[in-house]
Design a protein around this ligand. Structure first.
Ligand SMILES: NC(=O)c1ccc[n+]([C@@H]2O[C@H](COP(=O)([O-])OP(=O)(O)OC[C@H]3O[C@@H](n4cnc5c(N)ncnc54)[C@H](O)[C@@H]3O)[C@@H](O)[C@H]2O)c1
Length: 258
């Protein structure tokens, strides 16, 4: 893809499965990466020639400043910001004020503060930002309020950022993944991908969950010059989840004749 080689990306949340796929995709395209994550153990494993790990909490402005400074000191420029980090903290209708504020702080506000800190560098390189929405941004899900609301806000934030950063030549888009093979699925199923695919099958036109690499390749497109006129939108990497509405992948009419 054009316009990736020798560039520099910051990936908050890069220590998780989806984040690692993004880091690996960037590396394969010759992009240097700053990974910022509170997970110091897994983040440190990614460090190498063209990857620098910075332990950082997105709720801390001092940490955010350190991430941006490290990118400038290590690689001399910032081209891309890919906001993978998120918390699944959510107690639905029972969520407390502090839980609301924490979820929004990590999922929404932290990425905005990081954008502010990196904006001048992104302006110099006419860079690109990719935010993470989700299928959860568009549907009601039982017992979940904080996460879906924060993901819906991210899609609106993406439109706002795209408008006000366009004069700086910075494009801002989002990806909205469907169920994607990730740490939470790995731990809930004891690493059983086949079981995960079987449960996910009802909700996606392709009867499985997505691979982290399928999300990462869409992000590469959104960072590359191949998407130079794409801004303010999101790409649904969801195997058709949102195309179905309340329908299921199994035909409903025959059930009337059972
Ligand atoms: N897994 C899915 O099916 C799915 C579906 C749709 C969207 N997404 C989105 O993909 C992204 C990755 O999801 P995941 O399932 O891999 O999540 P995950 O919880 O496994 O990973 C999130 C990462 O963010 C980091 N993080 C959390 N709080 C942080 C903080 N305060 N500061 C810095 N880093 C912090 C964690 O350490 C972790 O590395 C998220 O934005 C999520 O909303 C995931």
């Amino acid at each position: 893809m054009r316009g990736l080689k020798d560039k520099v990306a910051i990936v908050p949340g890069g220590a998780t499965k989806i984040g690692v796929a993004v880091v690996e995709a960037f590396k394969s395209h010759g992009v240097k990466v700053i990974v910022a994550d509170i997970d110091a153990e897994n983040g440190a494993k990614l460090a190498g020639d063209d990857v620098v790990f910075v332990p950082a909490d997105l709720r801390s402005d001092a940490d955010i400043a350190r991430v941006v400074q490290t990118a400038k000191d290590s690689f001399g420029r910032i081209d891309f910001l890919v906001n993978v980090a998120a918390t699944y903290l959510d107690n639905g209708a029972e969520s407390t004020r502090s839980e609301w504020l924490e979820a929004l702080d990590v999922n929404l506000v932290g990425s905005v503060m990081l954008m502010q800190a990196a904006r001048e560098e992104l302006r110099k390189t006419r860079g690109a930002i990719v935010n993470f929405g989700s299928i959860s941004a568009r549907v009601a899900q039982t017992g979940r309020w904080l996460y879906p609301v924060s993901k819906a806000a991210i899609l609106q934030l993406t439109r706002n950022q795209a408008m006000d950063l366009a004069p700086d030549g910075i494009r801002v888009n989002a990806v909205s993944p469907g169920w994607t093979w990730s740490n939470i699925m790995d731990s809930l199923t004891g690493g059983d991908r086949a079981k995960t695919d079987a449960v996910g099958a009802d909700f996606h036109l392709f009867p499985r969950v997505g691979d982290p690499e399928e999300v990462a390749s869409t992000i590469m497109f959104l960072c590359s010059d191949e998407s130079s006129f794409v801004t303010g939108t999101d790409i649904r990497v969801d195997g058709g989840y949102t195309a179905m509405g309340p329908e299921r992948a199994e035909p409903a009419i025959p059930r009337l004749m059972d």
